[in-house]
Design a protein around this ligand. Structure first.
Ligand SMILES: Nc1ncnc2c1ncn2[C@@H]1O[C@H](COP(=O)(O)OP(=O)(O)O)[C@@H](O)[C@H]1O
Ligand SMILES: [Mg+2]
Length: 259
């Protein structure tokens, strides 16, 4: 039986504090249940609280940030490195080469050099970066850096992967190539993924389920299962009537949310 990997029950959150008059209500009664093996995209207007949800799931919230209520449960299994978090801005170390960047989390877990190099090379290969192992981030294009950013997280095999608009800053073509790669990686691994994007099309193309959020303070306004088979070819899928139907339906709901 499938089990909940991330579960938010009636979660409300605010940054700042009322007495300092800098209170920002971000989330209002958010309910979200991400099951094992789902690829869930969270789509919502800019500033509605999407990154906040990922931060809460990653355990990156302290009482100094503000107040939260409700319950947040993340199934950790019995391992240390169980959540991988791909941030929107690429977080590569400028002083490390590509391969040394990908190896970094494996270094932290104490994996011997030979093994971590092997794993890093495999991932670099898989996303078409072979030959660039010894380049520094400034010598790579935006798309290459973002690929490195993503495989750095996948290489240590976390059980849950959180991604915050990982393709947001890329040009349209690079973006489509990376969408295809993310889709392929996911259909091969079937990991639990929570993917934040402001792009509804991208959300439908990649996900098993799309969750729409309202404006701030955000709450979940719709949750749609995307019943399209995998592996998916992003380019072809966009042209199918099934995709157009899903897109059109969700688009109207999405527009209402932006008003
Ligand atoms: N540390 C913080 N302190 C105060 N306000 C914040 C902080 N982080 C985010 N916010 C505010 O909370 C709201 C939601 O932020 P965020 O979760 O980043 O939204 P999204 O990712 O959907 O764009 C925004 O209005 C943002 O300005
Ligand atoms: Mg954000």
């Amino acid at each position: 039986m499938k089990q909940s990997k991330i579960r938010l029950d009636n979660v409300s959150a605010s940054y700042g504090s009322a007495d300092q008059q800098n209170l920002v209500q971000v989330l209002h009664n958010v309910n979200l249940d991400v099951q094992e093996g789902e690829f869930v995209s969270i789509v919502g207007p800019s500033g509605c609280g999407k990154s906040t949800i990922l931060n809460l799931a990653a355990g990156l919230w302290s009482s100094a940030d503000g107040a939260i209520s409700g319950s947040i449960k993340v199934d950790h299994a019995d391992r240390k490195q169980t959540i991988g978090y791909v941030l929107q801005k690429d977080a590569l170390f400028p002083w490390r080469t590509l391969i040394k960047n990908v190896e970094y989390p494996l270094e932290i877990t104490g994996l011997p050099r030979k093994q971590r190099e092997e794993i890093a090379r495999e991932w670099i290969d898989r996303v078409g970066l072979a030959g660039f192992e010894d380049r520094y981030p400034y010598q790579l294009s935006g798309g290459m850096r973002q690929r490195a950013n993503i495989i750095r997280v996948l290489a240590y095999d976390p059980e849950i992967v959180l991604m915050d608009e990982p393709l947001g800053a890329l040009d349209a073509h690079t973006r489509m190539v990376l969408q295809q790669q993310i889709s392929d990686l996911w259909s091969a691994s079937r990991k639990t993924v929570v993917f934040v994007t402001h792009d509804l099309e991208e959300a439908i193309l990649l996900s098993t389920r799309v969750v729409l959020m309202t404006k701030r303070p955000a709450t979940v306004s719709a949750s749609r299962t995307i019943d399209l088979p995998y592996p998916r070819t992003v380019m072809n899928l966009k042209l199918t009537p099934e995709f157009r139907n899903l897109y059109e339906n969700l688009w109207h709901e999405f527009c209402d949310l932006l008003r």
